[in-house]
Design a binder for this molecule. Structure first.
Ligand code: SF4
Length: 358
């Protein structure tokens, strides 16, 4: 607790703000690529204490937000086929293209259970004896725990459990952002949790593209320190990957988690909400683990991505528009009645603005 308090220290934050104001002599636009950063920035009011010439925008870093409609609809097909669905709670309110969500299907009698660990799916499979699917979404942060379902089920000989192959990886989407001429970003607050697993090398292309890349934590001092570092890199024109989250992030990352990923998965293309198809940005089961691929098991194929009418999540996730620029924001689309995933997820850019303001 004392450690956390230090990273929320008002005097340190005030000194950092003062220094940022002193050194930020131009205009700056930085993107955070992590839903937890989006929420931390909103919760601690970071935007309101930064000088007006520094803009922070949210990128495609919230797992629920980037899960495309076709993948959400794939879950509904599994329900139709009678699978027991196990999932984290943040998926329960994401609407399918027919308008219903998992919460409503559960109320109507479908066996859909919120679990706290992917491995709980194995317990449910053993208890019920029914085909049980874990909805595996997220980036490199959660992918090893999802992969562990297949590993553990294989070791235990459990046959009636499987996983949706929805995990995505960061380097490829970051590459898309770097190539986007409309992006107008000078630096990235790199996703701290992802980097714990991957290590720091995936951000090298950012520095090579002339953009600041700072890995940081989720407390006010972390975020403000990263902003100051990005301002300094932009001012100097010398760009590098800076690890300011050394208390948990190492250069090589978590090699054990990387080994689990490489054992179970191989790279594959996948759809991203609002961005489209990105080659090699997803994780597909290797042939030895294919029996744990829910779609392989149930014979389901995903149709191509189709946008939710009226929802502008794609533009929000690329930093083109603010959440409040969406005409549905706060009227047709609220956390109680979300139209798009950016309003559903507790880490969504629209939900953050709705809860805490711009
Ligand atoms: Fe989509 Fe709602 Fe956000 Fe608009 S406010 S972009 S409809 S999630």
């Amino acid at each position: 607790m004392k450690l956390i308090e230090g990273f929320r220290d008002k005097d340190i934050c005030a000194a950092l703000i003062k220094q940022i104001e002193k050194e930020a002599t131009g205009r700056y636009r930085f993107m955070e690529v992590c839903g937890s950063h989006t929420m931390a920035i909103a919760r601690f009011g970071i935007k309101s204490i930064l000088p007006e010439n520094i803009e922070l925008v949210s990128g495609p870093g919230c797992p629920v937000c980037v899960t495309p409609q076709c993948e959400i609809d794939g879950i509904f097909k599994l329900v139709e086929q009678g699978a027991v669905i196990t999932t984290f709670g943040d998926m329960m309110k994401v609407p399918g293209s027919q308008g219903q969500n998992l919460q409503e299907l559960k109320s109507a009698g479908a066996d859909i259970r919120i679990v706290f660990s992917p491995l709980d799916a194995i317990k449910v499979a053993k208890e019920t004896g029914k085909e049980t699917v874990f909805i595996g979404i997220g980036f490199e942060t959660t992918a090893p725990a999802v992969a562990a379902v297949a590993l553990s089920a294989k070791q235990q000989g459990v046959k009636n459990v499987s996983v949706t192959p929805y995990n995505k990886t960061m380097p490829e989407v970051l590459g898309i952002l770097l190539d986007d001429e409309n992006l107008n970003i000078q630096g990235f607050v790199c996703p701290g949790h992802v980097t714990v697993v991957t290590g720091t090398s995936l951000y090298t292309p950012m520095a090579e593209h002339g953009m600041a890349a700072v890995i940081t934590g989720f407390e006010p001092v972390d975020v403000l320190t990263s902003v100051l570092e990005m301002v300094r890199q932009v001012n100097s024109g010398k760009f590098e990957v800076k690890n300011m989250y050394g208390r948990v992030v190492s250069e090589k990352g978590n090699e054990k988690a990387q080994n689990i990923l490489n054992t179970v998965y191989e790279k594959a293309g996948c759809w991203w909400r609002g961005i489209g198809w990105i080659d090699n940005s997803g994780l597909a089961f290797r042939p030895e683990y294919k029996e744990y691929d829910a779609f392989h098991k149930f014979g389901i194929s995903l149709e191509g991505e189709k946008e939710t009418p009226g929802c502008r999540c794609g533009e929000v996730l690329k930093g083109y528009i603010k959440a409040s620029d969406c005409p549905l924001f706060g009227s047709a689309c609220t956390p109680e009645s979300p139209v798009g995933p950016c309003m559903v997820s507790s880490e969504g850019a629209c939900a953050a603005v709705y809860k805490y303001g711009e």
